[in-house]
Design a protein around this ligand. Structure first.
Ligand code: ARG
Length: 574
């Protein structure tokens, strides 16, 4: 078994032990405030002495000195220097760093720990609407959700993905009638949005059609077989569109993961029953509602979740109540995660509150919100005609643009270049989405996301391809795990390589893939410095050459593993 406690944590534990011994305080490792130092010549810094000094009424430098005196570092680092107002500055011991780095070579997980407490996590992501094109919000949900699924699985959790398709509700009356009208014979929908618009237009302008549509909704809800068959066609046709986008994007959702709104119909009556028995419902305006505690509008009125509408129908909120109930009660999920745009934050907060009150939800539930994709004008991204951008078009464009970038300096043949253009183009779109704090909006800009320098997937893919090319030229890496860290750039690279586990853990626990992106970027930068400063193939000695090849191997594997956890490919050659 590899030792996987990360360096930061290991230092932090020793620091709090020392603080306990010297000052009789009981701190958690987090309270040691250990972090990698941004300054040259110092590897880590512990910043607890300032707050501790205040708390104990003693000068922070004195507190720092006492902790330093009580520290047992076990060969990890030299005794720390007390600096500035009371920082403890650590420099890791060269031998320890070399041994630790070498140990990574035998570890397929590269030091990323597996969880000691696996959870069963129901993960709602992508969730587009039937008979509508997926839009940029569904792109974000798909990309972020898929990265989280990969991260959580890699950590050892069980992930139950579910694609909450919008496949039910009143619009299906007009959609079904329209499909019947247009498709005497062959039923294909080339353009989902156009189809939807036509149906809506007819509904608004043609009274007879509107009446047919309303009758059709009733038939659909009462389970009329012919109606359901047409509805199924709409669902299947839409799913084909969605699957095409998933295939292009490399999203791992399949038809087995579809749990559309319609899936929960079966459970809606029981939801109402349970809520009524629990005394949580009220009739308001003829509708059965739940008013979860603590939610009010600006006027101070309580906000309802509508469980059953006045006409007996069920809506979005009712379905989500049923969703929670299903995944916790029937599927035993311990955690519920919903990767859905920020505007639905209140909806989920209210659903969770109601479900806790109903006793369906005792574990963790979280809305993983995200911001909007903006166009160059700073407004939600649209086509020039003012329509929502079709994802399939966007992704095709990404591959075309990437092909131009790749062709500039590739030595690959045409087929190879096409394959790489796909990996680069799709990777760029995904990485642009993942590399910023997800709660923020971001501007969709081709030149920025396809830049060869900076925090982009292209830069990481080039760095990875470079490591592969070096390894290829070397004709093999000598057996053994000896690492020699002589040059500063070598040492800095090793320090980065040792921190993949921390980065993955941080990204996973905060559902924040950008933390992994930042780490990978810093690692690629550290590699680039190393490559500039330290000849690998022409290293001055065989042992140094072997060590540098090993560092190159670790960099290669780190970048490839990191990118794969984000759902991004790392071709060996660009
Ligand atoms: N279909 C919805 C939309 O496009 C997203 C559904 C999210 N999931 C959920 N359980 N409500 O906005």
């Amino acid at each position: 078994m590899q030792q996987t406690a990360d360096v930061t944590e290991e230092l932090a534990r020793r620091v709090v032990t020392a603080a306990g011994r010297a000052l009789d305080v009981d701190l958690t490792p987090e309270q040691a405030l250990v972090q990698a130092s941004p300054r040259d010549g110092v590897d880590f810094q512990a910043n607890l002495a300032m707050s501790l000094g205040k708390q104990l009424g003693r000068p922070p430098r004195e507190v720092a000195g006492l902790i330093a005196g009580a520290l047992e570092l076990g060969g990890i680092a030299d005794p720390p220097e007390v600096a500035g107002p009371g920082f403890l500055n650590f420099v890791l011991c060269k031998e320890w760093l070399e041994a630790r780095t070498g140990a990574l070579l035998g570890d397929p997980r590269l030091g990323v720990p597996e969880t000691a407490a696996p959870r069963r996590i129901a993960l709602d992501y992508s969730s587009p609407n039937v008979a509508k094109e997926m839009h940029a919000g569904h792109l974000r949900s798909s990309v972020i959700g898929d990265a989280l699924a990969r991260l959580l699985r890699f950590a050892g959790h069980e992930v139950l993905p579910h694609n909450h398709l919008g496949d039910w509700g009143t619009p299906f009356g007009m959609l079904i009638e329209h499909l019947l009208d247009v498709s005497a014979g062959q039923r294909t929908i080339a353009d989902l949005d156009a189809f939807y618009r036509e149906a809506r237009q007819k509904f608004d302008s043609d009274e007879a059609f509107a009446t047919r549509a309303r009758t059709r909704v009733v038939k659909l809800q009462s389970g009329d077989e012919d109606t359901l068959a047409v509805w199924q066609e709409l669902v299947d046709e839409s799913t084909r569109h969605f699957n095409a986008v998933y295939a292009l994007l490399g999203i791992s959702l399949t038809d087995n993961d579809i749990y559309g709104e319609s899936f929960y119909n079966l459970y809606l009556a029981a939801v109402v029953d349970d809520l009524e028995k629990a005394g949580l419902t009220e009739v308001s305006d003829g509708a059965i509602c739940v008013f979860p505690e603590g939610f009010r509008n600006r006027e101070g009125d309580r906000l309802p979740l509508i469980v059953r509408k006045r006409d007996g129908g069920y809506g979005y909120a009712a379905t989500d109540l049923a969703t929670v109930r299903y995944w916790t009660s029937e599927r035993g999920a311990t955690d519920l995660l919903y990767v859905v745009g920020a505007p639905q934050a209140q909806h989920f907060a209210m659903v969770f509150a109601a479900c806790r009150a109903a006793g369906w939800l005792t574990g963790h539930a979280e809305h993983i919100g995200f911001g909007t994709v903006l166009g160059a004008d700073g407004k939600a991204m649209r086509t020039r005609a003012g329509e929502t951008v079709k994802l399939a078009d966007l992704l095709t464009e990404a591959v075309t643009q990437a092909a131009a970038v790749v062709a500039e300096r590739s030595e690959l043949d045409a087929a190879g270049q096409a394959e790489v253009a796909r990996a680069v183009g799709i990777g760029a779109v995904k990485y642009a989405d993942l590399s910023g704090d997800r709660e923020r909006d971001y501007v969709f800009a081709w030149d920025r996301m396809l830049a060869k320098e900076g925090n982009t997937s292209v830069y990481l893919q080039y760095a990875h391809a470079r490591t592969q090319s070096i390894l290829q030229k070397a004709g093999g890496v000598p057996d053994g795990a000896g690492i020699l860290l002589e040059a500063p750039a070598e040492r800095a690279l090793a320090l980065k390589l040792l921190r993949l586990g921390e980065a993955v853990k941080a990204a996973t626990s905060a559902y924040a893939p950008h933390k992994l992106c930042t780490y990978l970027y810093e690692t690629a930068v550290a590699f680039s410095r190393f490559y500039d400063d330290c000849p690998v193939l022409k290293a001055p000695s065989p042992s140094l050459r072997a060590s540098r090849l090993r560092l190159t191997t670790l960099t290669s594997n780190t970048l490839a593993l990191g990118l794969s956890l984000l759902g991004i490919e790392a071709p060996d050659q660009l």
